[in-house]
Design a protein around this ligand. Structure first.
Ligand SMILES: *Cc1c(COP(=O)(O)O)cnc(C)c1O
Length: 470
């Protein structure tokens, strides 16, 4: 091996590499500053290896060899950071994996709106400026029975907007049992503080009674708030005030009632053999002045916060300058409209909305999926792995029905001499990555959340060649 200084001297200059004919194709795929910066990074790495006495054969310092390394580095840097994965986690609406999948119709609507001008705020009939949420509002009115409706960026935004529009500077009465935190740092007391409304807690963690609200109402009260305790349950010696009782108190004292439903279903999950989530239409019918819920939870649409309520309150939210900051973009509105339209018009809603389809697929179908996947998996993984069809349970996820489980089928994968964590890593490194879960020290691929049995068969990357690792 040559001494360090000689090797450093052998490194070609950045200019020389950039002007080499073999670099030309790279400049057709990437811009010059990006290629130059990547090359500088590569040269720095080489210099460091040389200085630390690493073994660098001098042919690695030739321009051609450096360009080969550069090409590989550019290809890696050019890959999108957000990439497709397979959700075999057993959580259907996994917040970390992007929650609901869009229907074909919604995805197509997004593609169209992304590529073409659209009548987002243009009334084609009158040839004048139009309302950007007109269509969404009319669909939501039809689906919820509310007088009026609106959409914002997400349900957290809907709650913020509702509190600010209805109760800025006033007291909002909430049960201590409903001061929840949702994953990703949504906490009722904190959103309340940012909205400019003042939290007035009543009751205790496990029990709150109608008189707690009634006694707390005074001239400073602006709103009674009910929050769906999405991600936990108070069981045992517990009491909460039903929405209809809260509405009665509010009506008697002239105070509006808002409910943050969290998931909020538009169809009765009970009819799918699933535990029931409150229906938005039911809550509106019970007299809530405003109900807020997410677009990408049980509804199965894009990330959005939906608000259904009385005309007066929805108008005051629409007039609020915060609404402008929290509004949905055209891609979201397109996906949302297509999703809501399916709810109104589709002959087979459960098939069309992937989330509802995942909830409702019968066990024998999942078992069939398992029988399809099993031999494919075994063949792909080889003799060092054992695969087995097992009973599993799925969660809805995103805070809906946290204590309820949906029966499912899964495939348990064991690797000889490997821990379940190591097996999970092999699947995560596949292309696309397959995300399973570890249960009782076994790695399980859930067939209900995965949707397609072939998707859980990992495309394993060939083991890194020594070339690839250097
Ligand atoms: C999920 C949830 C939220 C937050 O909704 P995002 O759409 O994620 O912003 C707020 N409140 C409740 C009760 C929830 O379940």
């Amino acid at each position: 091996m040559k001494p360090e200084t000689d090797l450093l001297r052998e490194l070609p200059s950045v200019d020389r590499v950039m002007n080499h004919p073999a670099a030309a194709p790279l400049l057709e795929r990437f811009n010059r500053p990006f290629v130059t910066a990547t090359l500088r990074g590569l040269m720095d790495e080489l210099r460091q290896v040389i200085r630390s006495g690493g073994d660098v054969p001098s042919d690695r310092l030739h321009e051609e060899s450096i360009i080969t390394d550069l090409e590989r580095k550019l290809a890696r840097a050019g890959r999108p950071g957000m990439t497709r994965v397979v959700n075999a986690s057993g959580t259907i609406l996994h917040t970390n994996l992007g929650r609901a999948l869009l229907s074909e119709a919604a995805a197509a609507a997004v593609g169209l709106v992304a590529r073409h001008p659209v009548n987002l705020e243009f009334d084609l009939r009158r040839g004048k400026r139009g309302q950007r949420e007109a269509e969404i509002e009319s669909l939501l009115r039809e689906l919820t029975g509310a007088e009026a409706a609106a959409a914002v960026n997400n349900n957290a935004a809907a709650v913020l907007l509702g509190l600010n529009s209805m109760a800025e500077g006033k007291h909002v009465i909430v049960s201590r049992g409903e001061l929840i935190e949702i994953g990703g740092s949504f906490r009722i007391p904190e959103v309340m503080a940012k909205s400019g409304a003042i939290l007035r807690e009543v009751g205790t963690t496990n029990r709150t009674h109608p008189r707690d609200y009634a006694e707390a109402i005074d001239e400073n009260t602006g709103l009674l708030l009910k929050v769906h305790t999405s991600n936990y349950r108070v069981v045992g010696f517990a009491a909460e005030v039903e929405l209809k009782d809260l509405v009665a108190i509010g009506r008697e004292r002239g105070v509006p009632v808002m409910e943050d439903l969290g998931s909020g279903a538009l169809v009765d999950l009970g009819k799918l053999g699933l535990p029931r989530e409150p229906l938005v239409a039911e809550r509106v019918a019970m007299g809530a002045d405003v109900v807020t819920f997410s677009g990408d939870k049980i509804l199965g649409g894009p990330q959005a916060g939906l608000v259904a309520g009385t005309r007066g309150w929805i108008e005051s939210m629409n007039r609020n300058p915060l609404k402008r900051a929290l509004r949905c973009d055209k891609l979201t509105l397109a996906a949302l409209e297509a999703t809501l339209r399916s709810y109104v018009q589709s002959p087979d809603l459960l098939r069309e909305i992937p989330t509802l389809r995942a909830f409702s697929r019968p066990l024998d179908e999942l078992e069939e999926d398992g029988r399809t996947a099993l031999p494919l998996l075994q063949e792909r993984l080889g003799p060092d792995y054992e695969v087995e069809l097992v009973d599993a349970t799925c969660q809805i996820g995103s805070g809906a029905l946290p204590t309820e489980e949906i029966p499912s089928k899964g495939i348990a994968v064991r690797g000889r001499g490997m821990s379940s964590d190591e097996v999970a890593r092999v699947f995560r490194q596949a292309d696309p990555p397959v995300i399973g879960r570890i249960h009782n020290d076994r790695f399980i691929l859930d067939l209900r959340s995965a949707g397609d049995p072939e998707s859980v068969v990992p495309n394993l990357k060939p083991p890194m060649s020594p070339e690839g690792t250097r």
